[in-house]
Design a protein around this ligand. Structure first.
Ligand code: 2AM
Length: 214
C-alpha cells in the first residue's frame, strides 16, 4: 500500500484557501490544480509499505501522536518547489506552531522507521506546505506566488494525525485508514521533547468508518 501520514485542515480553513486559490486557476490551465476536498499537509510520505509493516506502524503512530500537544496553524502566502521561476509544485505555507509541527513530523518519521517503513526522503528538511498545484513541466509561477503573498487564513487547531492510503492515478484518491489524537497538554509536550524512548503501548484508535473526510 502506498501510505503517508498527514494533517487534514478543517473545512472552514479549506474554504478560505479555496477562495484565495480559485481566482488563480482560470489563467493557468497548464497546471494540475489540486482539489480542495483532498487537501492535506503531509507529515511523512512513506511510499509502498508492506501489510506486516503497516501493522507495526499503527501502534507506533498512536504513541507518537500521544507525545505531542495539539497545535495551532493557519495558511499563509505562496511559494514553490524548487523555486517560483521553474516550479514543479505551487504551495501555500503555514504559520503558527511551526516548531511543534516539525517535531511532530520528526516523531512520525521515527515511528515509521522503527516500524520498518522508513520514509524515503527522511533527513530532508521538513517544509510544511499544502500543495495547490503541480506542474507538468517546470513552470514560471511567480505571478501566482505574488498573488498569494497577502493571503493569511484564520488559525485552526490540529488535534489529529491521519494515516492515509494513496490510490495513484491522474486524479489520485486518498483513503484515511486510521486517525490518532494528539495527546498532551502543552507543558507536558515541552517536557517530553527531548525523550527518545517510546511511551507504553495502548490501543490504536481507528476512524469510525475507516475512511477520511476527503
Ligand atoms: P505534497 O505534494 O503536498 O508534498 C501523497 O503522495 C502525498 O505525499 C502527496 O500529496 C505529497 O504531498 C506527499 N509526498 C511527499 N514526498 C512524496 C514523494 N516522494 N512521492 C509522492 N508523494 C510525496
Amino acid at each position: 500500500m502506498r501510505l503517508f501520514v498527514a494533517v487534514l485542515p478543517p473545512a472552514a480553513a479549506r474554504d478560505e484557501l479555496e477562495a484565495a486559490a480559485a481566482p488563480l486557476r482560470p489563467a493557468r490551465p497548464d497546471l494540475r490544480w489540486t482539489s480542495h476536498d483532498v487537501w492535506h499537509i503531509t507529515l511523512a510520505f512513506l511510499g509502498e509499505v508492506e501489510d506486516v509493516a503497516t501493522g507495526r506502524l499503527m501502534p507506533r503512530l498512536e504513541r507518537a501522536a500521544r507525545r505531542h500537544a495539539s497545535l495551532r496553524l493557519s495558511f499563509a502566502g505562496g511559494a514553490a518547489f524548487p523555486g517560483a521561476a521553474r516550479a514543479r509544485v505551487l504551495w501555500t505555507g503555514l504559520r503558527g506552531d511551526h516548531r511543534a509541527l516539525a517535531g511532530l513530523a520528526a516523531s512520525v518519521a521515527a515511528a515509521a522507521r522503527r516500524a520498518g517503513a522508513p520514509p524515503p526522503d527522511e533527513g530532508r528538511r521538513f517544509q510544511p506546505h499544502l500543495t495547490l498545484a503541480r506542474c507538468r513541466a517546470p513552470a514560471d509561477v511567480r505571478p501566482l506566488v505574488a498573488a498569494l503573498t497577502g493571503f493569511v487564513g484564520t488559525p485552526w487547531t490540529v488535534s489529529l494525525i491521519h494515516l492515509i492510503r494513496s490510490h495513484p492515478g491522474p486524479r489520485p484518491t486518498y483513503e484515511a485508514l486510521a486517525s490518532w489524537p494528539l495527546g498532551l497538554p502543552e507543558t507536558a509536550a515541552d517536557d517530553m521533547e527531548s525523550l527518545s524512548s517510546d511511551a507504553p503501548a495502548s490501543e490504536c484508535r481507528r476512524s469510525a468508518d475507516g475512511r477520511g473526510q476527503r
